[in-house]
Design a protein around this ligand. Structure first.
Ligand SMILES: Nc1ncnc2c1ncn2[C@@H]1O[C@H](COP(=O)(O)OP(=O)(O)OP(=O)(O)O)[C@@H](O)[C@H]1O
Ligand SMILES: [Mg+2]
Ligand SMILES: [Zn+2]
Length: 510
């Protein structure tokens, strides 16, 4: 007799319905798993055998064949253990064949406990969409799965409990459904950053227009501190964004029963020793990397010249497309990776180039070489570069007495500017000025006649390229939106020029 049991696997960050077909026939005792399984799936036989035996059931001394369909999808990980066990038990008449609307997901321990697996949220969503009504899965995954609607989630502790339920001896209760409720998150507040007017304003503009930003300054000037404050001035995630980001964390195996959801914008700050795979994602059973874990949030690269070139190169596609495609023999996976990029660096190897007091000990050449490490494709995707000078004594000394503007106040302005952009770009599939392609610049970024003149002067004086010209206009558009202005005016251009520190021809002789 062949028994079919429903289960699911993961492709990229999407769940896929998988059918586990089990056949037990007379013959020599053996156990085969087919259907493109990797080694961890093949090892399921040992876990299933031991889990059954140690839960007090009989494993058949016959020929057991398990086929995981569709056969063209690579099956990885221990997630199919539970479905295989249910199939074998039904084939041998120890339980009835489960109803067609039931699915089983989970890894087995040798003692019969059901262990947490990764990727359960996307699997539950996919199964619910296909009309399945009941999913039996590990307790540790139940909370994340509860976000899937129109399906009952049954958390299962061990094999004995599941069998008791399937034999109608003792029912397992499904857990209550949950809704995605975005939350504010607990991020450091800009009110603790003293002084640094210009850098803070640059962060506000970056947040308002979804522009990538580079902070350049000497050690201890507060670059890292400000980067960490950025999520506090970004609008809340929508329920849809929270769901998308949570799916990525689910596949990466980073959710837990106590934290089953990513409801506030992620802030990822990988160390500069991170590998290309760690950054971009990959591996033989592809997992999302830092750029995807930062999806809908902030990716902060501190000390950016210290990163390996290939690691930075890996950012090119995601910065263009908002996703990363990973090609493998078994197929191509794509992980979403739309994030705000914040980079920080010193202006030179010693860190003090251009600072008053002549502390810098680097040669002109060394400074140039250092700066050139960040040139190229990545710089092309960074709209704003701003100098962050050492904090002056007066600002620091005023800590505790002077009041700096709080993140909540800045967020109000950012949200208003985002609102304007959402309305303007509604039908275009983009949301923010930072995503505005050159083809649409003429439609939305026309400066007044007066502003055009200033722009031309800046262009001539700074020796701008066409690319930086577009960036300048994009930033000016955001500044005008923060100002509630329909058209880009002189003051908007003037401020935008300040946010292109590296375009200024005199940067290296400042
Ligand atoms: N503007 C500021 N207001 C209040 N505290 C500040 C300010 N700037 C720096 N600090 C203090 O100095 C510490 C160091 O700042 P931070 O680590 O952000 O500097 P950095 O610019 O990242 O330096 P590095 O180049 O060495 O990484 C902070 O933890 C903070 O306590
Ligand atoms: Mg730092
Ligand atoms: Zn130096």
């Amino acid at each position: 007799m062949v028994v079919k049991v429903n289960t699911a696997g993961i492709l990229g960050i999407e769940g896929r319905h998988v059918i586990c077909e089990c056949d037990v026939s007379p013959g020599l005792s053996r156990f085969d798993v087919v259907g493109l399984p990797d080694t961890s799936v093949k090892e399921a036989q040992e876990r299933v055998r031991a889990a059954m035996k140690n839960s007090g059931f009989d494993f058949p001394f016959r020929r057991v064949t398990v086929n995981l369909a569709p056969a063209d999808m690579k099956k990885a990980g221990p997630v199919y253990d539970l479905a295989i066990l249910v199939g074998v038990m039904a084939c041998t008449g120890q339980i009835d064949t489960p109803d067609d609307d039931c699915c089983f997901i989970g890894e087995l321990s040798l003692t019969g406990e059901i262990r947490q697996v990764s990727g359960v949220l996307p699997m539950a969503l996919a199964l619910a969409e296909r009309g399945f009504k009941k999913i039996f899965l590990p307790m540790g995954n139940a909370e994340e799965a509860a976000f899937a609607s129109n399906v009952d989630i049954f958390p299962v502790k061990d094999v004995s409990q599941l069998v008791a339920h399937l034999r109608r001896e003792e029912a397992i209760k499904p857990i209550p459904h949950r809704q995605f409720v975005p939350s504010r998150g607990n991020y450091p507040d800009f009110k603790h950053v003293m002084g640094q007017r210009m850098a803070k304003r640059a962060m506000e503009i970056a947040a308002a227009g979804f522009h990538n930003i580079l902070l350049i300054g000497p050690p201890g000037s507060g670059k890292s501190m400000m980067a960490k404050c950025l999520p506090s001035i970004l609008p809340d995630m929508t329920a849809e964004e929270a769901m998308e980001t949570t799916k990525i964390y689910s596949v990466a195996g980073l959710l837990s029963g106590s934290e089953p959801v990513v409801s506030s914008r992620p802030f990822r700050s990988p160390h500069h020793t991170v590998s290309s795979v760690g950054m971009a994602g990959g591996g033989s059973n592809p997992k999302p990397g830092e750029i995807s874990l930062a999806h809908n949030g902030v990716l902060f690269l501190d000390e950016v010249p210290e990163f390996d070139k290939p690691t930075l190169e890996a950012l090119r596609q995601p910065l263009e497309d908002g996703k990363i495609t990973i090609a493998r023999v078994a197929g191509t996976h794509s992980f979403p990776s739309r994030f705000m990029l914040v980079c920080a660096m010193n202006p030179c190897p010693c860190g003090y180039y251009g600072q008053p007091g002549g502390r810098c000990t680097c040669t002109e050449n060394a400074v140039r070489r250092y700066m050139s490490k960040i040139s190229g494709p990545m710089m092309d995707r960074i709209d704003i570069h701003v100098n962050v000078p050492a904090v002056d004594y007066k600002s620091l000394a005023s800590r505790g007495t002077a009041s700096e503007e709080s993140s909540a106040d800045i967020l109000n302005r950012v949200s208003a500017a985002r609102e304007i952009q959402n309305r303007r770009y509604k039908s275009l599939g983009i949301h923010c000025n930072g995503q505005l392609p050159p083809s649409l610049m003429a439609d939305f970024c026309t400066p007044t006649a007066e502003a055009s003149k200033l722009l031309q002067a800046a262009f001539d004086r700074m020796g701008l390229t066409a690319r930086s010209y577009d960036k300048l206009l994009r930033i000016a558009r955001t500044i005008a939106d923060l100002d509630g202005a329909k058209q880009i005016d002189t003051k908007h251009i003037a401020e935008a020029v300040q946010l292109r520190a590296l375009d200024r021809a005199n940067y290296f002789s400042a």
